[in-house]
Design a protein around this ligand. Structure first.
Ligand SMILES: [Zn+2]
Length: 283
């Protein structure tokens, strides 16, 4: 279980999918009511179709990404970390299985500020886990969570949790914008909606490409029902609009695509269906 990886080469860039662990679900989530809690605008007929096809598909995994390009070693998202051990928290073991230590990481890129992407930034004792790295996110995402207005609008315990997570890292942060280059061949792509600064990456080298779309969707039925809003989307309408646009791009450009929450390694190709929806062919 621990230390599972999937390595692929994109031109001169080495990419490794790192298994943080499974997304677990309780039996109460395996009911029509459970599906509605996760996807509040799903129709009853769509939910029964989901039962037939997937047995109520859940977020199945957490697939982080390591990228080595031109001497820069990047980790994209950090998982839940030690908070959810032993089920989760396997990214350091996965890196170690590939001969990479946490001290080797030069950049940690955070796609968005949900717990399953950021809590692995720190060790159990509150010190930075990736001690030699810059921490990079978009200015939009930072402001959406960490501005004084945003923190004041949040439940107190959540605001304190975020502040405690980010405080030890405050000197390591850099801020970019959608469209910017993170490192040679690694470009930020706006996929806002799930959170206001939710950002994917396009990785490109020697004509080969990998499209990391992170939390663009959370389970397999959302290819057939891309209008399903996820309960934890900050802006469900914007998320839906970007989900459709990004899936269309992945299909039209025949991009190898990586999803954070699909079954490990979360890699595959998106195709368009005649009715305007999408399908997924896992790799
Ligand atoms: Zn997530």
């Amino acid at each position: 279980m621990s230390g599972k990886t999937h390595r692929l080469q994109i031109g001169d860039i080495t990419c490794i999918v790192l298994h943080e662990g499974p997304s677990t679900s309780s039996p109460t989530q395996q009911t029509p009511e459970g599906v509605l809690q996760r996807y509040p605008n799903a129709a009853a007929s769509e939910i029964s179709d989901d039962l037939q096809t997937h047995g109520y598909a859940q977020p199945a995994s957490m697939n982080a990404l390591y990228i080595a390009t031109a001497g820069t070693r990047i980790l994209v998202d950090t998982g839940m970390g030690d908070r959810a051990k032993p089920a989760l928290g396997h990214i350091p073991a996965a890196l170690a299985a590939e001969g990479i230590s946490v001290e080797d990481i030069d950049i940690v890129f955070i796609t968005h500020f949900h717990g399953d992407h950021i809590f692995g930034l720190l060790n159990e004792d509150g010190t930075p886990r990736y001690a030699n790295s810059r921490t990079i996110t978009t200015q939009t995402e930072w402001d959406a969570w960490m501005s004084e207005d945003s923190l004041n609008a949040m439940p107190e315990d959540r605001a304190a949790d975020l502040q405690n997570t980010m405080a030890p890292l405050k000197d390591s942060f850099d801020y970019l914008h959608a469209g910017d280059t993170l490192a040679p061949g690694v470009f930020l792509v706006d996929m806002a909606g799930h959170t206001l600064g939710h950002t994917g990456l396009l990785i490109e080298s020697n004509g080969e490409r990998l499209f990391a779309v992170v939390d663009l969707l959370h389970s397999l039925p959302q290819f057939k029902y891309p209008h399903w809003h996820f309960a934890f989307d900050t802006d469900g309408d914007l998320a839906e609009q970007n989900r459709k646009a990004v899936l269309a791009r992945a299909a039209d450009e025949n991009l190898l695509t990586l999803f954070y929450h699909l079954p490990f390694p979360g890699l595959g190709h998106v195709t368009r269906q005649a009715d305007g929806t999408f399908a997924f062919q896992a790799m």
